[in-house]
Ligand binder design. Structure first.
Ligand SMILES: C[S@@+](CC[C@H](N)C(=O)[O-])C[C@H]1O[C@@H](n2cnc3c(N)ncnc32)[C@H](O)[C@@H]1O
Length: 351
């Protein structure tokens, strides 16, 4: 069967010919016809998805297109909508999605044209699915077309995937590279205003999660979003998505605890005991003294908030742990690329 013409061929062809191939090139319809239900990320990550959607959907009774829809559209229960149209391949999942007012079964990799008039929707949501698109530039061009001026395109993704069905480029990319790729999908349309992004990572899994206690953090959630150009003049800007507030001390309390660290040897952010670490004798990094104290609490608000701070500073994929330098009586950040690391810098815990 012939494929629909590529409306965004220029962009697609900038990538190597195999960039958008999958390990499993059999029919997507057949793949999703076999029940692949269940949450695709852990409960905390799902809560983050819901919070991002809730924060950004500021329209009154919006008309929403849920692109690549499944069992949930992640909409707040209290949100009244004009309509929520689901388009995807999983008929049963969409039938189970109580928020959809209409369902369309369509393989976007076969035909990326959306069966809707120009400027039909206030928001287009695409959650936990973008890595499966083999013709993303066409789909994003279509999403822009069906959005009203000022409408929201919100793409949320995690680091989980059906490996066989994700395109090579996505499979082989890091989280930060995936974010940049999605930003390029947006930019290719030339239809959007400023691009915004959000990442929630490194948070502990919920206590009732089957993998809680294994040191595996909650699934990372990334969001890239923007508004279609031409919003009505004077319309209020959408609020920024902020990281989930973690319990932390007030500024004054924090300063007091920092002054006391030399006696308490506790992290001023979470009050957990600091771990004494002998430092590596590395030719690349000269340390002023033989050991430091580090906070290894994976729930520490300093570490948890750091993923977003580093992302905003242009260092996506990094956070930092609190390190105390006993020689200088000073607390400072030590960058970490995952909750498991920091050992590149340090050698042996010293009790
Ligand atoms: C991991 S699920 C995510 C479902 C839902 N968006 C969510 O957040 O729970 C991936 C979804 O992408 C849809 N999908 C995958 N390939 C597709 C394609 N070629 N065309 C349309 N939808 C597709 C499937 O129907 C499936 O429901």
């Amino acid at each position: 069967m012939s494929r629909a013409p590529r409306v965004a061929g220029f962009w697609h062809e900038r990538y190597p010919p195999d960039a958008f191939l999958r390990l499993d090139e059999t029919s997507d319809s057949e793949f999703y016809a076999k029940a692949r239900r269940g949450p695709h990320v852990d409960a905390l990550a799902l809560e983050t998805v819901r919070r991002v959607v809730q924060t950004l959907l500021t329209e009154r009774r919006p008309s929403i297109l849920d692109l690549m829809a499944g069992e949930s559209s992640h909409l707040p229960d209290a949100l009244e909508t004009a309509c929520v149209v689901g388009l995807g391949l999983d008929e049963q999942a969409m039938a189970a999605n109580g928020r959809l007012s209409e369902c369309r079964l369509q393989d976007l990799n076969h035909d990326p044209r959306l069966p809707f008039a120009d400027q039909s929707f206030d928001a287009v949501l695409n959650t936990l699915s973008v890595g499966y698109l083999t013709r993303p530039f066409d789909v994003f061009a279509e999403a822009a077309r069906v959005l009203k001026p000022g409408g929201l395109l919100l793409v949320i993704f995690s680091d989980r995937l059906f490996k066989a069905k994700a395109v090579k480029l996505w499979r082989e990319a890091t989280g930060a590279e995936r974010k940049m790729l999605v930003e390029e999908y947006f930019a290719s349309t030339r239809a959007f205003t400023e691009l915004y992004s959000f990442v929630s990572r490194g948070r502990p899994r919920p206590p009732d999660d089957p993998y809680a206690g294994f040191g595996i953090p909650s699934d990372t959630i990334w969001a890239v979003y923007s508004e279609k150009r031409g919003a009505p003049a004077g319309r209020a800007a959408r609020p920024a998505v902020t990281p989930t507030a973690m319990p932390g001390p007030s500024r004054e309390e924090l300063e007091r605890r920092k002054r006391e660290v030399r006696h308490t040897l506790r992290c001023p952010y979470c009050e957990e005991p600091l771990t004494k670490f002998e430092l590596a004798n590395s030719p690349f990094c000269e340390w002023p003294n033989p050991f430091m104290y580090v906070c290894f609490n994976n729930d520490c608000p300093y570490l948890v908030g750091g993923w977003q701070v580093m992302n905003e500073q242009g260092n996506p994929g990094f956070s930092y742990r609190l390190m105390y330098n006993p020689e200088q009586d000073r607390c400072l950040p030590v960058p970490v690329p995952s909750v498991a690391t920091a050992k590149e810098y340090m050698v042996t815990p010293r009790g």
